[in-house]
Design a protein. Structure first.
Length: 585
């Protein structure tokens, strides 16, 4: 039952109904004033009153755009407009009545005010009342969160035919028992008891902590809802923009409460930023953040044509430059520094996939160690103000070649500091959805209906969303004075098998099995972010500083040269990083 009206048809309908209602309420007001027996001498006064009333109100309804409101979406604000229009017209009618109408009873104006407000508002609100209270055919829907976001969500859902909001799940007990636009706020216990047929659940606020969202998810699974969505852009009426399916990224996201956007902006704004590995998952997001925070120029450097093209096309502007060459090509690299003279270098280029590095050790050593050394050396030579090395939790007590190369990069960064260049490293764990991470792999396996492959039942990893990690990288970089290794707080580690189970639940594919295939070469069960507890704290809870390791830079440079001349690369790596315990598995 969904009759469509054109704007002209809607205007004509309400114009005719308003004329009839105003005429009726004006006449009835006179009758009520005289106990339903209006004297004949008052007829002329009544007719004049009707004419003036119609002229004033119809004109004001056009001025205030009342005739252009969609019938079904008549709101409280529109109701307030009708009250204001009728009140204003009553004041004008009082003036006209005393000035131009003989034998004018002023009480008629007050009687007519209440009658017209009631009838004019009722006919406009009738369709919304009918659809929302009587004729709701959508699936029963639970709104999680009964605050301001919940109310906004209810308004949004009332415009969507497929949803029938039947209850709010309260996140704060103070609201239980109250009503929001006729929908009751209930506890989890009440909802489990009273609502057995809820098909949809919508989380009204995206700003939940990981723990809160996890508890909400567990409750909704207990309620056996078929679809769980979460709000994203409520201001947009398009459902595809406003709502998205609850994802594993939502459940694993750690939202730092001390993200200081003003500090990041003051660090980035107006500066020339060079990003190596700009086409990768981390590099491309850092590029986006630099644009967001007002970088003067952005130099995107990557040796991959496709990756570089993708981010350059996305950010293309007169202040964004795409440079394609390897960081191992020292001559080309130096020309880049000479041409652009960056203020800040963010070094994200690296080979990061543990098993691939294990099978391509020579290439990884060159790319990760020599590439980083080239970047730092050139930053010092060309007096770059700040150099930020992107590191990894795998550099802590490394068990694989990738982690060991990144630890050597940290050592070089810590001990290469120059008075004019502040060199810092930022260490963090896995980022959700990055290339090579388990989540895209699991998604593909689920979509193909294949078993999910997990290396070990007990393997755990730290996770953070890419945008949040990159903003914290910039925030940490702004704090550095040279020689620090900043560690981002990644929250609690997550068991990969639990992650796999949760993804199967979200996809409603619990029929797919989880298959354990054994640890891969160089892989360890648990990642660490700190070697010991002797870190220093910053003014931000999400960012700490690791203990500095002193390593004479000349000795380190010599040891790196010997590494590349050595036939046994693993033993040479152990001489530089004694805590390296290579796991063959």
């Amino acid at each position: 039952m969904n009759i469509k009206y054109t704007n002209s048809e809607r205007l004509l309908f309400f114009l005719i109904s308003d004329i009839l209602i105003i005429t009726f309420t004006s006449y009835i007001s006179y009758l009520l004033r005289f106990d339903m027996s209006m004297p004949p001498y008052m007829l002329e006064s009544c007719i004049l009153f009707i004419i003036f009333n119609l002229a004033i109100k119809i004109n004001l309804y056009f001025v205030f755009k009342i005739y252009f409101i969609q019938w079904r979406f008549f709101s409280l604000r529109d109701f307030a407009k009708i009250i204001l229009i009728n009140f204003s017209s009553s004041l004008v009618l009082l003036y006209i009545g005393y000035s131009f109408i003989d034998t004018f009873p002023r009480s008629v104006v007050f009687i007519e005010f209440f009658l017209s407000v009631f009838f004019l508002a009722s006919i406009r609100g009738s369709k919304r009342i009918f659809y929302e209270l009587v004729f709701r055919t959508g699936d029963e829907t639970l709104i999680v969160g009964a605050g301001k976001d919940g109310e906004m969500m209810l308004r949004f859902l009332q415009k969507e035919k497929r949803y029938n909001p039947v209850a709010f799940l309260d996140l704060k007990s103070t609201r239980v028992g109250t009503f929001i636009q006729g929908v009751k706020v209930k506890t989890a216990k009440e909802i489990l008891k009273e609502h057995k047929s809820i098909k949809n659940a919508i989380i009204s606020s995206p700003n939940q902590s990981r723990e809160e969202l996890d508890n909400i998810y567990k409750f909704l699974k207990e309620l056996s809802v078929e679809s769980i969505k979460i709000a994203s852009k409520l201001k947009n009426r398009d459902e595809t923009e406003a709502l998205s399916n609850l994802s594993i990224e939502d459940l694993l996201a750690r939202k730092p409460k001390d993200l200081d956007k003003e500090t990041i902006k003051s660090f980035i704004d107006g500066k020339k930023i060079l990003i190596t590995g700009a086409g990768g998952s981390i590099g491309s997001e850092i590029a986006r953040q630099c644009v967001k925070y007002g970088a003067k120029e952005l130099i995107l450097l990557d040796h991959s044509e496709f990756n570089l093209y993708s981010i350059y096309e996305e950010l293309e502007s007169e202040s964004v430059f795409a440079v394609m060459h390897s960081i191992l090509d020292l001559e080309s690299f130096e020309k880049t520094f000479t041409k652009y003279r960056p203020d800040v270098v963010i070094h994200a280029a690296a080979y990061k996939h543990v098993p691939l590095v294990e099978f391509n050790i020579d290439e990884a050593l060159k790319n990760n160690i020599v590439g980083t050394k080239n970047s730092i050396d050139l930053a010092i030579k060309y007096r770059v103000k700040k150099f930020i090395l992107i590191s990894t939790d795998k550099a802590v007590r490394p068990t694989n070649v990738m982690g060991t190369t990144k630890r050597i990069c940290e050592l070089y960064a810590q001990n290469s500091n120059h008075s004019e260049t502040e060199i810092v490293a930022v260490r963090f764990g896995n980022v959700l959805g990055s290339s090579g991470s388990v989540i895209p792999k699991f998604k593909k396996q689920i979509e193909l209906g294949e078993p999910i492959t997990v290396t070990h039942p007990d393997i755990t990893r730290y996770f953070m969303l890419i945008p949040e990690a990159c903003e914290l990288v910039l925030q940490a970089g702004s704090l550095g004075k040279g020689g620090e290794i900043f560690i981002l707080d990644m929250g609690e580690p997550v068991k990969i098998v639990d992650l796999a189970k949760r993804m199967l639940e979200l996809y409603n594919r619990e029929d797919i099995e989880i298959k354990f295939i054994g640890l891969r070469r160089g892989e360890k069960l648990y990642e660490e972010l700190l070697i010991d507890e002797s870190e220093e704290h910053t003014k931000y809870e999400s960012i700490t500083v690791g203990k500095r390791t002193i390593y004479d830079i000349d000795t380190l440079t010599k040891d790196i040269e010997e590494l590349f001349n050595s036939k046994d690369k693993i033993e040479a790596l152990k001489r530089i990083v004694p805590e390296f315990e290579h796991k063959i598995n």
